[in-house]
Design a binder for this molecule. Structure first.
Ligand SMILES: Nc1ncnc2c1ncn2[C@@H]1O[C@H](COP(=O)(O)OP(=O)(O)OP(=O)(O)O)[C@@H](O)[C@H]1O
Ligand SMILES: [Mg+2]
Length: 166
């Protein structure tokens, strides 16, 4: 829908499912997460007359990775563009001590014009200072070729391992 002349996506959450405190926390995480590969909130979420929180986001014109990932027409060039965008976004989150905690193809959108990946749905995200160090024991056992958590790919792998290992 249009909001102040901008195309936006709105997520509505019943008030009984989300306290002011939790919504404010989520909003602060979105602010901290500002990056081209992370979805942006257009304004601070507030409760509307239908008793729902309105989380108003920039509209991403595209599809979720879940929907397109097995599309035969995805060339290597497009796939690498998607993966690079995803890693850049994830790297930015991790550099800001944010753990997404719900990263999956359903929560990654791909812009149809540029194939840029945009990470969405920070509803489960947490700020956890120093969290990569907490995962070192998993990292040590990693058989991945890219082991450096200070690179986008390494950081993404580390996150996926941590998610995979619970
Ligand atoms: N900013 C956006 N622009 C365009 N579409 C979006 C945007 N955010 C979400 N969507 C669409 O809405 C779907 C659900 O969004 P989201 O993942 O944030 O909510 P959710 O609570 O996880 O809902 P669900 O349980 O249905 O996945 C996405 O998979 C995507 O198709
Ligand atoms: Mg989702």
């Amino acid at each position: 829908m249009m909001h102040n002349g901008q195309l936006v996506a709105v997520k509505k959450v019943p008030v009984n499912l989300m306290t002011h405190h939790d919504m404010d926390r989520e909003y602060q995480i979105y602010r901290k997460a500002a990056h081209p590969n992370i979805v942006k909130l257009v304004e601070k979420p507030r409760i509307h007359s239908d008793n729902k929180w309105y989380i108003i986001m920039e509209y991403i014109s595209g599809e979720t990775l879940e929907k397109i990932m097995f599309n035969q027409k995805l060339t290597h060039r497009i796939k690498s563009k998607i993966i690079t965008g995803l890693c850049e976004g994830l790297f930015h989150l991790h550099n800001n001590d944010i753990v997404h905690q719900d990263l999956k193809p359903d929560n990654i959108m791909v812009k149809s014009d540029t194939n840029e990946a945009v990470i969405i749905d920070l509803g489960f995200a947490k700020v956890l200072p120093g969290w990569p160090q907490l995962c070192t024991k998993y990292w040590k056992h990693s058989i991945c070729s890219s082991r450096d958590p200070d690179t986008p790919l390494g950081s993404a792998r580390l996150s996926l391992r941590c998610v995979g290992d619970g």
